[in-house]
Design a protein around this ligand. Structure first.
Ligand code: SAT
Ligand code: MN
Length: 582
């Protein structure tokens, strides 16, 4: 097989030749193809079947031990001009990067099949969607791309019609961490990845295309590609407000996207609908509102901590047709991870007999891959080609002190500052130290494909005459008391914060203006049935003037890092905050 597009055929032929692949297989995305690939991987040990009674069509994949997370230090944005990549990215000269990668690709697929994976990010008939083709030698990647994207014949047909597509090349190589690179060439819509089979490094439609390349494309075309979940909040009147929320990896985006309202809310008729859990592409519509699509078709979520208490919807969607990566297994071959109240692991994520002395049974960044349609809170609006109109944008991080439970930005410019200045403690989703506070603007530090200074300016540019922009909020579910205990119960109770946001959107409550933004006023946060004492709630909504002055100084220093590219409006806005912190 081949395509009707000469450029695509020539590109595939070039890599088939360079890599020395034994065979070339063009993926059509069919059930038969998927079944054949699963058979192949069961034979090779790439997949292990899980208990067919409890988990039909579910499989375990154990990765190489040193290939379990994104590798930010090996991820590069290769632009002709170094400043275009910015201090927020690692940069390499594009020609040098290509030469390095060509040397690695040479002969790397001998004895392997080269899979050609056409995919569409977003509903196949959406004007907001964009397509790509990934070349890979990993059947595991093909199986994941089939769940995570609209992959196969329909995507290829759209690519042939449009003529443009993101070109991604991936080989697992020998999985040697010393020969691992994730290169991005935004100027030519290209990605080259080598030496890793892990999600964010290898499923090129995800972080590489839908965030790094797409953010670049979005800037040129007047839209935004963001690291955000999208959910719908339906109130008892049947009205649905859509909210997009940015949190760094492994900070609870999946849990929030699939939230089940607490008792009282459910009975009253509140519902949460899940549109996406990781990536949001948004663009202004004719009416001036921002419309959002989830470019993905599935969820690649963190397994540990997922339980009937934290995310019952996720548990429900993981009982069939799912791939688990680096989880543990029980004696009867069910997937297991830390946080599940039942079951006992017998084998850890590396397949060793479980011994707590070796650390957790499931890797802290172990993952599940599953089609979005299996989620009980799935909404057909996720397929709407026009996207959903946003009422609110939320930024959030993991901060054990300082940052209150929730506050609203004064206006769009202030909201952009709040997003730009956000910080979070690092997690296991990327290799490196865990728990260190770092600035992570809009949760895009590892994902913006260009200079953050230009990125902030692009965000500001949406505030123009006729725009009906969403309100911007900041949340922090992770505030702790002096004893190290979380002050806020989180999970389903986050519904209370969402409800307050919607009341603000509808102008139903006045809020309480402070130097850092608008907080819930006395009695505005619904506490019915909430198990938290008044002192803790007060601590959660406290603005420590002294500590915030230090924070404002730190944000100013950070914004300086982008030099002249940082918009002056952000410094002016920061001054406004500073002047009120008295
Ligand atoms: O591995 S991914 O980058 O796709 C997940 C994440 O870290 O957000
Ligand atoms: Mn993510």
């Amino acid at each position: 097989m081949s395509s009707k597009l000469a450029e695509l055929n020539a590109w595939v032929a070039h890599y088939a030749d360079l890599t020395g692949a034994d065979r070339v297989h063009w993926c059509d995305g069919s059930e038969e193809e998927s079944a054949r690939l699963v058979e192949l991987m069961l034979g090779s040990g790439d997949l292990i079947a899980l208990n067919p009674q409890t988990h039909p069509n579910c499989f375990l994949h154990r990765s190489s031990v040193s290939d379990v997370a994104r590798v930010e230090h090996l991820t590069f944005v290769c632009t002709a001009n170094r400043d275009d990549a910015g201090p927020n990215n690692h940069w390499m000269d594009p020609e040098q990067a290509k030469a390095k990668m060509a040397a690695l690709y040479k002969g790397c697929m001998k004895g392997r099949t080269l899979y050609v994976v056409p995919y569409c990010m977003g509903p196949i008939d959406s004007p907001l969607a964009r397509c790509g083709v990934e070349i890979t030698d990993s059947p595991y990647v093909v199986a994941n791309m089939r769940l995570m994207t609209r992959m196969g014949a329909a995507a290829l047909a759209r690519i042939e019609r449009e003529g443009t597509f993101v070109k991604g090349v991936h080989s697992t190589g020998d999985l040697n961490p010393d020969r691992r690179f994730i290169m991005h060439f935004p100027e030519e819509l290209g990605i080259q990845s080598f030496g890793s089979g892990y999600g964010g490094n290898a499923l090129l439609g995800k972080k590489c295309h839908a965030l790094r390349i797409a953010s670049w494309q979005a800037r040129q075309e007047g839209w935004l590609a963001e690291h955000m979940l999208i959910l719908g909040v339906e109130n008892p009147q049947g009205e649905t407000h859509y909210i997009a929320a940015a949190f760094p990896s492994a900070c609870g985006k999946t849990n929030l996207a699939m939230l089940i309202p607490p008792q009282g809310y459910r009975e009253a008729g509140w519902k949460i609908w899940t549109v996406g859990d990781d990536i949001c592409w948004m663009r202004p519509g004719a009416d001036g509102r921002l419309y959002a699509i989830n470019p993905e078709a599935g969820y690649f979520g963190v397994a540990p901590g997922t339980s009937a208490k934290t995310n019952p919807n996720a548990l429900a969607m993981l009982t069939h047709d799912a791939i688990f990566t680096n989880v543990a297994v029980t004696a009867d071959n069910q997937p297991w991870w830390e946080g599940l109240p039942d079951g006992t692991p017998v084998a850890d994520w590396q397949g060793r007999a479980f011994d707590p002395a070796n650390g957790p049974a499931a890797h802290p960044n172990s993952r599940f891959t599953v089609s979005a349609r299996q989620c009980p809170s799935y909404t057909p609006m996720a397929e709407d080609p026009q996207g959903v109109p946003l009422s609110a944008i939320v930024f959030g991080g993991r901060r054990e002190s300082l940052v209150p439970l929730v506050f609203e930005a004064r206006d769009w410019t202030h909201g952009v500052l709040v997003g730009a200045g956000m910080a979070s403690e690092t997690t296991a989703a990327a290799t490196g130290a865990v728990g260190v506070v770092r600035r992570d603007s809009m949760a895009m530090k590892p994902f913006a494909g260009y200079n953050f200074g230009d990125y902030f300016a692009h965000w500001l540019s949406f505030d123009k005459p006729g725009a009906k922009l969403p309100k911007i909020f900041h949340v922090n579910w992770f505030r702790k008391n002096a004893g190290g205990k979380f002050l806020w119960p989180g999970f389903g109770d986050n519904m209370r914060v969402l409800e307050w946001m919607i009341k603000r959107v509808k102008n139903e409550v006045p809020g309480h203006a402070t130097a850092i933004g608008i907080l819930p006023g006395e009695g505005e946060l619904n506490r019915d049935g909430l198990n938290i004492d008044a002192a803790d709630l007060q601590a959660l909504l406290h603005v420590d003037t002294h500590a915030w002055r230090t924070e404002v100084g730190a944000i100013a220093d950070y914004l300086e890092e982008f030099g002249e590219r940082t918009p002056a409006a952000l410094f002016e806005e920061l001054d406004k905050t500073a002047r009120q912190l008295v």
